[in-house]
Design a protein around this ligand. Structure first.
Ligand SMILES: Cc1ncc(COP(=O)(O)O)c(C=O)c1O
Length: 403
């Protein structure tokens, strides 16, 4: 198995963001600023999908498919500086969150600390379900200025807290979370620190060692530039091995080199680390797409991708602010990341709460800018295939609209 801490494949040639852009027709035929919704599929990813389907049209080689799954698992692990044994396959974020949540032995009165106002509903219902089923207390701490109130959340941890959860970057207003104080507080008090990586993985650094993340749920259709219906769940080995999966299937059981349908003793051992959370056959097509997409990310390098995304986001945020638009959060600084939102947070999904913002959204959409509206505000989100020209064209369109 590949060692994620190793140097990576020797044949890997470096790519620039401009070379990635050349593989993304969807980022050249329009101004694509909606990776927070989903990434367009690139040509090398499409080719990998086609190759997989060509193979499957002849029936397909199962051993080759398992090898693909292990290569892609190692590639996910490398992206977040984990070991492949700490990565389980899932179909999306909510499945990853639910797998982790239901593998803990909850007692009535245990609690989870979160900030519901900044979460996607999928990182709230999972905990409300535990509240209903097991009497778990859901401690929701109010947000502060659009960011996670990390000091207050850390202070809310007590002897009954089992888990703290946040997004590394919220889906709205799209600001970056200061993970360190929470990671430290969780580590000190033996609490699982669970992060939703929907809006961060592949776009900004997600090194689980450096950031102190114990569990991370990710899907592949956004920053990982793959398909829907495919994701992964990272769980730090020392946590995973304290957890019992609610669902169990052959791949979660350690039977050494026995076949995929083998049944061992009724008294069985779980697989090491997060592998115990794998269920039945895999989404091989999703793995083929993810492998090709991650190849691009690794070849640019996550540090360079983050620097590129931040440079463009700061240019956009400063440009919009200079035009008098209400940018949420400071254009630069610790909370800025690849998402830039304008307006004020409300309710609207796909329609702005404010008439002026809705008119700007319509003007930009009519001029081939692909962006989204979340919580009533306009959301621009940047990835490696974007360039300065995209940002400057958006700013020029905003200037036109103001006239
Ligand atoms: C922060 C965040 N969490 C979760 C999700 C989606 O969850 P799932 O992958 O379960 O559909 C999104 C999707 O937009 C998101 O932005």
């Amino acid at each position: 198995m590949n060692d994620p801490h190793g140097p990576g494949p020797m044949a890997e040639t470096r790519l620039t963001p401009a070379q990635v852009r050349a593989l993304y027709p969807g980022a050249r035929s329009q101004i694509y600023l909606d990776v927070a919704g989903r990434c367009p599929v690139g040509t090398s990813v499409r080719e990998a999908i086609d190759r997989h389907l060509d193979m499957r049209m002849l029936g397909g080689d199962k051993q080759a498919m398992f090898a693909l799954v292990e290569r892609t698992r190692a590639s996910f692990a490398r992206l977040i500086n984990a070991h492949p044994d700490e990565v389980a396959y899932t179909k999306n974020i909510s499945e990853g969150l639910n797998i982790a949540a239901t593998a803990i032995d909850w007692k009535p009165g245990d609690n989870v600390v979160l900030c519901a106002e900044l979460e996607h509903a999928n990182n709230v219902y999972v905990w409300l379900n535990l509240r209903r089923r097991f009497g778990v207390e859901v401690r929701a701490i109010p947000m502060r200025n659009g960011v996670y109130p990390v000091q207050e959340m850390a202070a809310a941890i007590d002897s009954r807290t089992r888990l703290v959860t946040v997004c590394a970057v919220s889906f709205a207003p799209g600001l970056r979370t200061d993970l360190a104080p929470l990671a430290q507080a969780c580590r000190r008090q033996d609490v699982l620190f669970m992060v939703d990586g929907a809006q961060s993985a592949g776009m900004v650094d997600s090194d689980v060692e450096r950031l102190g993340i114990d569990a991370l749920a990710v899907s592949t259709q956004k920053g990982l530039m793959g398909l829907y219906g495919m994701g992964f769940l990272y769980v730090r080995r020392r946590w995973a091995e304290r957890m019992s999966p609610m669902f169990l299937a052959r791949f979660g059981v350690d039977l050494g080199s026995k076949g995929e349908a083998a049944l061992g003793d009724y008294d069985f051992e779980l697989m090491p680390g997060a592998r115990r959370f794998d269920l039945g056959n895999y989404n091989f097509l999703g793995a083929a797409a993810a492998e090709a997409a991650l190849d691009l990310l690794h070849r640019v390098g996550i540090e360079r991708i983050e620097a590129h995304n931040l440079m463009l986001a700061e240019r956009l945020a400063e440009g919009l602010q200079a035009l008098g638009l209400p940018v949420i959060g400071a254009p630069r600084g610790a909370h800025r990341c690849q998402i830039v939102m304008i307006g004020s947070l409300g309710e609207g999904h796909d329609a702005a709460d404010d008439g002026a913002m809705q008119s700007l959204y319509e003007h930009l959409s009519a001029n081939k800018v692909k962006l989204s509206v979340r919580r009533g505000a306009l959301r621009f989100s940047i990835h490696v295939y974007n360039d300065i020209g995209d940002i400057d064209q958006v700013l020029a369109l905003v200037r036109d609209w103001r006239r």
